[in-house]
Ligand binder design. Structure first.
Ligand SMILES: Nc1nc2c(ncn2[C@@H]2O[C@H](COP(=O)(O)OP(=O)(O)O)[C@@H](O)[C@H]2O)c(=O)[nH]1
Ligand SMILES: [Mg+2]
Length: 375
């Protein structure tokens, strides 16, 4: 064989060929849709904020059903909770044949103490535990075709309508949360502020977020097209959403609407002149539901995963070969993991203490979205 016959001609990759008849692969979108519809969707949303700020009410208002109970203290002789509890409820809701498994993670007791030091710890731990459980399922030899997703896709953070500034605890918790989950801040019970007070409060919160370098969802991404970028920009402008929630209907112009009636008039929750509830609902359910789920997997989980795998890798390397760690091509599983992380205890140890992984990992591998700094 002559050497010339070995030369490989480069394959032209950008030819576009017109079909002479109908082949039918355009149905792939319907095929995917059918499969996805059969499986259904999971959305895990967490609410964080002091008792009585209207967390339960808002969730019930967004999904137009009674999904969670109010857990706030209703009388003075009920003892306040000593720690932040984590409580989850799961509902299957359906709209036009689309089934959504909605898991709501409530955090009663958060911020209710006189000394609120570390009251966020159970919340951060819960979020990391879900990542850890997912990673563990991914790493088992016979992994499920479809792993149940309990990772928190969205954290609604309730800011009290003080009209002043963020509380120091809010800043600390927002910072910590934004490193591990998509945080969406809302000004709770915004009906207690005048329009001017609301606007000024919003601007002050925005300035504080910038000052403390707290980066919130939606993150900037060069994968987004112009339209998506414009939409995300308008959302960033709106944050935090000034909302009002209500589980009751009031009658306006002969029609029942979700609203609140007080001595001075009626607030229609769905009227954008009254509050920004409708923007929040559209954002959560109609425009960003899928992206919240995807960003959780591609940014927050990915960062967690990379950190954990590196920690495992480092702990399985003999001291002498630690120096050559950098030589492993990025993205490849370390040898210790290819052999299916044989010392099971090692994996569980590393995964059991998500905070223990000390090695800092840069930006996540699979996405070029710009992300908050992961500590
Ligand atoms: N004025 C006003 N009251 C609200 C609003 N949302 C909820 N509430 C009321 O605040 C109280 C506590 O609400 P709840 O949802 O149980 O608060 P949670 O403890 O944060 O879950 C209830 O009496 C609600 O009716 C709101 O947007 N505006
Ligand atoms: Mg509640």
């Amino acid at each position: 064989m002559s050497s010339s016959s070995l030369t490989v001609e480069p394959v032209a990759s950008s030819l576009q060929t017109a079909l002479e008849g109908y082949v039918g692969f355009d149905t792939i979108t319907q095929q995917i849709e059918k499969k996805l519809l059969k499986r259904g969707f999971h959305f895990n949303v967490m609410v964080v904020g002091q008792s009585g700020l209207g967390k339960s009410t808002l969730v019930n208002t967004i999904f137009a059903s009674h999904l969670i109970e109010s857990k706030a203290r209703l009388s003075a002789d009920e003892p306040p909770r000593q720690t932040t509890e984590i409580q989850t409820v799961s509902h299957l809701i359906e709209e036009n044949g689309v089934r959504l498994r909605l898991n709501i993670v409530d955090t009663p007791g958060y911020g209710d103490q006189v000394n609120n030091e570390n009251c966020w710890e159970p919340i951060i731990k819960y979020i990391k535990d879900q990542h850890s459980a997912y990673l563990r399922k991914e790493l088992t030899a016979t992994r499920d075709r479809y792993i149940q997703d309990t990772r928190v896709h969205c954290c609604l953070f309730f800011i009290g309508p003080t009209g002043h500034a963020l509380k120091p605890i809010d800043i600390v918790v927002l910072k910590k949360l934004s490193e591990v989950v998509n945080v969406v801040p809302v000004i709770a019970k915004s009906d207690s502020l005048t329009i001017d007070e609301r606007a000024a409060f919003k601007q002050r919160i925005k300035a504080e977020l910038v000052f403390h370098n707290i980066k919130l969802y939606p993150y900037e991404s060069d994968e987004d097209d112009e339209q998506e970028q414009a939409l995300n920009e308008s959302i960033r402008e709106l944050l935090p959403f000034a909302i009002v929630g209500s589980e009751r209907n009031v009658v306006i112009d002969g029609k029942p609407v979700r609203g609140r009636k007080n001595r001075y008039g009626v607030i229609n929750v769905e009227n954008e002149e009254h509050c920004e509830f409708i923007y929040l609902r559209n954002f959560l359910t109609r425009t960003h539901l899928q992206d919240l789920i995807e960003t959780t997997a591609q940014i927050h989980y990915e960062a967690f995963r990379a950190k954990q795998l590196l920690a495992i890798k480092e702990s399985t390397q003999p001291a002498s070969s630690q120096a050559s760690l950098g030589a492993t091509p990025n993205g490849m599983l370390p040898n210790s993991l290819n052999t299916m992380v044989s010392p099971n205890s090692l994996v569980s140890n590393a995964l059991a203490s998500p905070g223990a992984a000390s090695s800092a990992v840069g930006s996540p591998a699979q996405s070029n979205k710009s992300v908050p700094a992961f500590g």
